[in-house]
Design a binder for this molecule. Structure first.
Ligand code: VG1
Ligand code: CO
Length: 563
């Protein structure tokens, strides 16, 4: 057995190591600075503190550029800090939902996820590091704030000399570090996750639906992994288990730069999938983001399911999934900007529905307390309490379960849903990479306006449509489980008829500021259901742009992305 001694390295403080909505995300070149990554890893371990000695941590990421180098840094720093064992995904690969699965299954202290999720990768792209706690979920604000505080004064980190451990090979390596034993176990990246999916879903009924029978045509799916981490998971689940032809599984080799793609599953960045389904024989299409926690679902001829509607439809049909037949449905939740379609399902079924700030970390406490089964975000995130991360492949399997059980097309399912509940039209405008100062000024402009007492009751109008302001605030959330408060989570303007305008600055960008404007309106008249959302929402969009003077502040005529 190799024996090594740890040593202490003097370092300097780096500004701005503040985790955002989902971990620390910066350009690769920022992480490549000497000591930068080491500082942040040491800060994570210091924040975990006394529980570290002899503990087990999970390590893996979405396979993006610089990931393997960081795995090796984590191995050395964890060894020197008294960690007992690391479970490392083979090749450094673990999807975000797989990390959550493994933390929970093996009851580890936590895990470190190496991903910038949907941000582009490669030497000129982004990198990211996120800490997940023992419940398998992203660290809550209390922990990330502590990590940030430590990075502001860090003077040194501990490490060991480089020990060659081949992380491409399944193996277990034990070292003696300062006389203690330290183990690195390289594990299969997909097995635990696939096993969990097989427990949750009825694979045989999904398979029957996909393959068809002499009486029923096959249900053709097209799955696109966008060269992100889900490739190996998709191959195991869809090809091996469910019998889908390899040809229908696209971009399934994880690439360090995602093949130049922006691995964000939406109508803009997953255009390939949309066009293929629009012009092809497919009944169903799904795409996932770089780290596998986001999903986009489309039906035949690329009928688009908004994430807010997806959440509502799944809520309405959860009982077709064996997992929920066992656990029951304890509650629903959505992030604040997410369309309120799920709220209507909750009201009708008498099940609680929670609203939390943007970011999956806010769902964890409710799930741990047994109060939440299904939740989602408008940003193509859907998931349940089977783990503590959103889960792209889970969402696709959940949809296929619903489709198999109802025997209807995706479009028919949506039309039926709207006939019962009405339709919440929803859109989000993103203005990426704006000047940060101008973006802040714009937010201030809106905040000043909505804070004025005369704002409530005001009528805002555009294109002959009038909206009366019912409530307006900077959203603040008090966690019902631990009473922690997260304030300044986005500016909300709520209108009498249930329509909403919301403004937020992104917490996942790596440079400049990204402004997000969320628009929602509700229609109960069936003649509107087939209308184009952009057309229906146009008056509210106009109001949102005028009120904020967005064009003046940012100089942008049009958003970077509309979802
Ligand atoms: C965005 C989304 C948010 C999501 C977060 C992480 O955050 O809006 O809903 O939870 O990304 O998703 P922001 O702060 O940029 O709006 V992922 O797939 O990066 O883990
Ligand atoms: Co992601």
């Amino acid at each position: 057995m190799i024996a090594v001694a740890s040593s202490v390295v003097q370092t300097v403080v780096f500004e701005g190591q503040k985790p955002g909505t989902s971990g620390l995300r910066k350009a690769v070149t920022v992480f490549q600075q000497e000591h930068y990554t080491e500082n942040f890893i040491q800060a994570i371990l210091d924040a975990v503190g006394k529980d570290l000695a002899g503990s087990t941590l999970v390590v893996g990421g979405d396979g993006r550029f610089y990931g393997k180098a960081v795995v090796s840094k984590i191995i050395r720093i964890a060894a020197a800090n008294g960690v007992g064992k690391l479970l490392v995904g083979q090749n450094g690969i673990l999807s975000t939902p797989a990390v959550s699965t493994i933390i929970r299954k093996y009851k580890t202290l936590g895990g470190i996820v190496l991903t910038a999720s949907h941000n582009p990768g490669g030497p000129n792209g982004d990198f990211g590091i996120k800490y997940n706690c023992e419940n398998g979920g992203p660290a809550p604000d209390a922990v990330t704030n502590k990590i940030f505080e430590i990075t502001k004064t860090i003077k040194q980190y501990k490490t060991i000399p480089e020990v060659p451990i081949d992380i491409d090979k399944i193996q277990t390596v034990t070292l003696q570090v300062d006389g203690r034993s330290f183990t690195v176990e390289i594990i299969d990246s997909v097995k635990d996750y696939v096993d969990l999916m097989k427990e949750i879903f009825d694979f045989s009924s999904i398979k029957k639906k996909l393959l068809g029978s002499p009486e029923r045509p096959a249900f053709e799916v097209l799955i696109n992994s966008m060269n992100g981490v889900t490739g190996p998971y998709v191959k195991d689940i869809f090809e091996k288990e469910l019998g889908v032809k390899n040809l229908n599984l696209i971009n399934t080799t994880p690439l360090e730069d995602f093949g130049g793609l922006h691995p964000d599953p939406n109508l803009t960045y997953a255009e390939d999938l949309v066009n293929a389904v629009k012009n092809g024989p497919f009944d169903f299409g799904a795409a996932f983001d770089g780290d596998g926690d986001r999903n986009m679902i489309i039906g035949k001829k690329a009928f688009f399911v908004t994430p807010s509607d997806s959440l509502a439809v799944l809520a309405n049909n959860l009982k077709v999934i064996p997992y929920f037949q066992k656990t029951g449905v304890r509650g629903y939740a959505r992030s604040m900007p997410t369309g309120a379609a799920v709220d209507r399902v909750a009201t009708k079924t008498g099940i609680n529905c929670f609203q939390v700030p943007t970011g999956w970390k806010y769902f964890g406490n409710l799930m741990d307390a047994g109060r939440l089964s299904l939740c989602g975000e408008e940003s193509f995130g859907t998931g349940s309490d089977h783990i503590r991360e959103k889960d792209g492949i889970w969402a696709a399997l959940a949809w296929l379960s619903v489709v198999a059980s109802l025997g209807k097309s995706v479009e028919e399912i949506l039309m039926d849903h709207w006939r019962i509940y009405g339709r919440n039209f929803f859109t989000r405008y993103d203005y990426e990479n704006c000047n940060a100062e101008s973006a802040n000024k714009m937010i201030k402009e809106v905040e000043d306006k909505i804070e004025s007492p005369q704002f409530i009751g005001r009528i805002l109008s555009s294109q002959n449509k009038e909206y009366v302001v019912k409530e307006a605030d900077n959203y603040s959330y008090k966690d019902p489980v631990d009473n922690s408060v997260a304030d300044k989570q986005g500016l909300r303007i709520l209108f009498e008829d249930g329509s909403r305008i919301i403004y937020r600055l992104s917490g996942t960008g790596s440079s400049g500021a990204t402004i997000r404007v969320y628009i929602e309106s509700y229609e109960s008249d069936p003649s509107t259901f087939t209308e184009d959302a952009q057309k229906v929402l146009k008056p509210l969009v106009e109001i949102a742009l005028q009120l904020s003077k967005l064009k003046e502040y940012t100089g942008r005529e049009a958003p970077t992305v509309i979802t």
